[in-house]
Design a protein around this ligand. Structure first.
Ligand SMILES: Cc1cc2nc3c(=O)[nH]c(=O)nc-3n(C[C@H](O)[C@H](O)[C@H](O)COP(=O)(O)OP(=O)(O)OC[C@H]3O[C@@H](n4cnc5c(N)ncnc54)[C@H](O)[C@@H]3O)c2cc1C
Length: 461
């Protein structure tokens, strides 16, 4: 049905129309801004550039189709949480920077919903809130410290503490102890948002060239993207390839590609939904180390997602996954543990995608006027809302539009490069298996991990 782009995600498969690629680039061209990548970052940047200055010639160059990357495969949790946690922001950049980032993320969330509504994009968007909770005693510390951070920053009214009963009345998850809800959070069908946004960006005047791979770029007074189909010369180049930037010669060590995996059930029956509740479609997850995230889809399924896939040597990226991978097996087990009524349910799809992990875990949104190169990357798996913020920041930097957003911590931040291989693989796998072990021990003892983690000791927090 979806030809060569089948099996990238349930969301792309269920989009409701054929995924016919737009025409590729046909020879070299000159534009004002050339954007590598038609995911949320590239598309939002194009959108806000044209909002600031409709006369700009903007070209988006995509190796596959719009929404092919993480943007068309993710969990759809559209929350105001910035990838570098509020607690860390406060510690490293101060109270005001942490508060400003929180408010900027909240505005980004509103922007996503506003533009989607205004442009008639039906991404199944719904503002149900985003809940995190503990299902085991060792996960309580993370619930409490998040609530404490909100209190310290004077943001108490942005989060609701919930008892186990209050959570179960919303979503009947087994063994829930307590947690919290960010009421502003929303849920989306990500591929519908990415594809709808691509159409909106074209209507605004940009050209999207699909199935055109960028091989390299050159900075300078006349920067350009070199592609399989010709050069795109521009005044500014935007590198919006996120995890995939690790595949290009000049950014091989800028981010390490980690993978997140998802699976989805068949549509559930009314009787099953009566047991589960979840009428408000909150996005949900626990506070355990190996993050998990779940949504009730608009067509009555449950999509379960989680980390746990190992980093691949040489920053290899996997776009198609075997449904028997241990992470899927675990997610299917988890589904039945959380909702025993799913005992005999069929899981119809299993997929995964890469997200960019910077060496210091801090996203960066940067434009160097002297060499014409802009980028935003390193969202650590929390990029749905962050990419909108990135789009506004990069558009402001490129068009020299002054705004408070340009004072935020990720702006013009530079993360150190990852180590060369085999050190990179050894270090990351060491930390990943350390996390698995810490989680396993905490589950056994019921005690939260204490002391400085291995990751902290080697400067990766
Ligand atoms: C399974 C999964 C679940 C997730 N769940 C959530 C969630 O629930 N909430 C949340 O906030 N975040 C989530 N994320 C993270 C979020 O999806 C990403 O951070 C966000 O989509 C990144 O958008 P992007 O545009 O920067 O990158 P991408 O969407 O990856 O887009 C990059 C684009 O660049 C193109 N490209 C790359 N290299 C080249 C090249 N050389 N030439 C041409 N084109 C190129 C790619 O094909 C791709 O389309 C999840 C990620 C995954 C993988």
């Amino acid at each position: 049905m979806q030809g060569k782009y089948r099996n990238r995600s349930y969301w792309l498969d269920a989009i409701g129309h054929e995924l016919i690629p737009r025409p590729p680039l046909q020879g070299s061209i000159d534009v004002d801004v050339a954007i590598l990548g038609a995911g949320f970052t590239g598309l939002w940047t194009a959108w806000y550039l044209l909002e600031r200055d409709p006369s700009l010639r903007v070209a988006v160059v995509e190796q596959a189709i719009a929404g092919f990357g993480a943007s068309g495969r993710n969990g759809g949790a559209t929350s105001a949480s910035f990838p570098y946690s509020l607690g860390r922001l406060e510690k490293d950049f101060g109270r005001e920077a942490a508060r400003a980032t929180h408010f900027a993320m909240k505005d980004s969330l509103e922007e996503i919903l506003r533009v989607a509504d205004e442009q008639g994009i039906d991404a199944h968007q719904h503002r149900g809130g985003s809940m995190r909770f503990a299902r085991a005693p060792h996960q309580l510390k993370a619930v409490d410290s998040t609530l404490e951070t909100y209190r310290t920053l004077g943001l108490d009214d942005h989060v609701e503490a919930l008892s186990g009963d209050e959570i179960r009345r919303k979503v009947n998850v087994s063994d829930v102890i307590r947690g919290y809800n960010n009421p502003s959070g929303a849920v989306i069908q990500p591929a519908r948002l990415a594809r709808g946004l691509a159409d909106a960006v074209e209507r605004a005047g940009a050209t999207i060239y699909e199935e055109t791979r960028v091989l390299d770029w050159s900075p300078g007074q006349h920067p350009k993207l070199m592609t399989t189909r010709g050069d795109v010369r521009a005044r500014a180049i935007v590198l919006a390839g996120e995890a995939y930037l690790s595949q290009l010669p000049k950014t091989r060590r800028a981010v390490a590609p980690f993978h997140s995996l998802m699976t989805v059930t068949e549509p559930l029956s009314d009787a099953q939904w009566a047991e589960i509740g979840w009428e408000n479609r909150e996005t949900i997850g626990t506070t355990q180390y190996n993050v998990n995230y779940h949504q009730r889809t608009a067509d009555g399924r449950i999509a379960f997602g989680g980390l746990g896939a190992p980093y691949f040597f040489g920053s290899n990226i996997r776009d198609i996954w075997n449904p028997d991978h241990p992470v899927f097996v675990k997610l299917r087990q988890l589904a039945v543990e959380w909702f025993p009524v799913l005992r005999d349910v069929t899981f119809t799809h299993a997929w995964g995608g890469p997200f960019g992990m910077p060496r210091d875990r801090m996203p960066s949104m940067t434009f160097d006027e002297a060499n014409g190169i802009a980028w935003s990357r390193g969202y650590t798996g929390q990029g749905v809302t962050t990419a909108n913020l990135a789009g506004r920041v990069l558009a402001n930097l490129i068009t020299r539009t002054d705004s408070d957003l340009l004072n935020l911590p990720p702006v013009n931040h530079r993360s150190p490069d990852w180590e060369p291989e085999p050190l990179r693989w050894t270090g990351i796998r060491f930390i990943q298996s350390g996390y698995d072990e810490v989680e396993r021990r905490a589950e056994e003892t019921g005690m939260p991990p204490s002391g400085r983690s291995i990751a902290e000791r080697i400067g990766w927090r």
